[in-house]
Design a protein around this ligand. Structure first.
Ligand code: GRG
Length: 295
């Protein structure tokens, strides 16, 4: 019988803590402050949604464990770097992340900048290691580079920064989120899949449709939680978007319509998985988690 979802999720989260630790430079290694701050940014915190997506997609395509683990560490390192940089005074200027002082508050701004830079390099080094054949690794490295660069997460962040105080039309708001948050979530799904058996075209299209739905749902729910949850529960400053007059789904559609949209996206995600049958059970459960999460 299949392991209960909550147990599976917990097991992946526990494994990830040890794996991330093993793929980060030891805190005793020079330069000690930088290595300690990298560990501070990555370990002991976060929902590990992106690694969970890698593991779940890897399961659909029978991917070898080591390759899945490396891909999961790589996407989480890229994600952690983005949070560290996003929290800097020149961007979102935040003091609280994952229930702890942000890296620039705990250390200083220069260290936070370097932590992000070094985590990004570390992510690609980890993904380049292991025993998958070289052509597959190059494809995975390229995918992660595209998802995190100017045509992915960084590009989304640039649009976000440029749109503060501007009422972006819905299609442009969606495009911004597709890049800023959606690209790395999709890369997590695709890397898990690419680590396993070769994908058929309709399978790649189904994963793309699934990722698009969960990516948007993730953002809609993030906007909902920003207005309905408190900072202690979220582990980051709540109410930030409204305070900085950022366009959000809640400000655009209202709370009820945003909740309905998140539910519709959850259903779309499940539909996209139909072609995989039971093999995609975990991916379906993760779509539920993304929409029903409270942090
Ligand atoms: C600085 C290049 C660069 C990019 C920053 C991801 C991002 C782009 C900024 C984070 C700001 C933010 C709150 C985005 C909304 C969605 C999001 C990514 C939330 C945080 O992700 P979670 O909820 O965080 O998965 P945990 O801590 O659980 O890992």
């Amino acid at each position: 019988m299949k392991q209960d979802f909550a147990d599976w999720r917990k097991a992946v989260q526990v494994d990830m803590e040890a794996l991330l630790q093993s793929h980060l430079p030891p805190a005793e290694l020079l330069p000690r402050t930088l290595h300690e701050a990298m560990q501070y940014a990555v370990l002991d915190g976060g929902k590990r949604v992106r690694p969970l997506l890698v593991f779940a997609a890897g399961e659909v395509f029978d991917a070898p464990r080591d390759a899945v683990e490396r891909a999961a560490c790589a996407v989480e390192m890229i994600h952690a770097y983005s949070l560290v940089h996003d929290d800097l005074p020149c961007m979102d200027d935040d003091d609280l992340r994952r229930g702890k002082p942000t890296v620039h508050k705990k250390y200083d701004e220069a260290t936070a900048l370097l932590v992000g830079d070094a985590l990004q390099s570390q992510a690609f080094e980890v993904l380049a290691g292991g025993t998958l054949d070289a052509s597959r690794k190059v494809a995975m490295l390229t995918r992660l580079a595209q998802a995190s660069g100017s045509r992915g997460m960084c590009g989304g962040q640039a649009i976000d920064l440029a749109s503060v105080g501007i009422a972006l039309p819905r299609d442009q708001l969606e495009q911004m989120h597709r890049l800023k948050t959606g690209a790395l979530l999709e890369a997590s799904v695709m890397l898990g899949a690419m680590a396993g058996k070769s994908l058929l075209n309709d399978e790649a299209a189904a994963l793309h449709a699934y990722s698009a739905s969960i990516g948007l749902a993730f953002q809609v729910v993030d906007d909902i939680l920003d207005t309905t949850a408190d900072s202690a529960t979220l582990g980051k400053t709540a109410g930030k978007d409204a305070a900085s007059s950022k366009p959000t789904y809640v400000s655009m559609l209202g709370l009820n319509e945003s909740l309905a949209l998140a539910e519709k996206l959850r259903q779309d995600a499940h539909e996209a998985l139909d072609i995989f049958g039971d093999r995609a059970l975990r991916l379906g459960e993760l779509a539920d988690l993304i929409v029903q999460r409270t942090t």
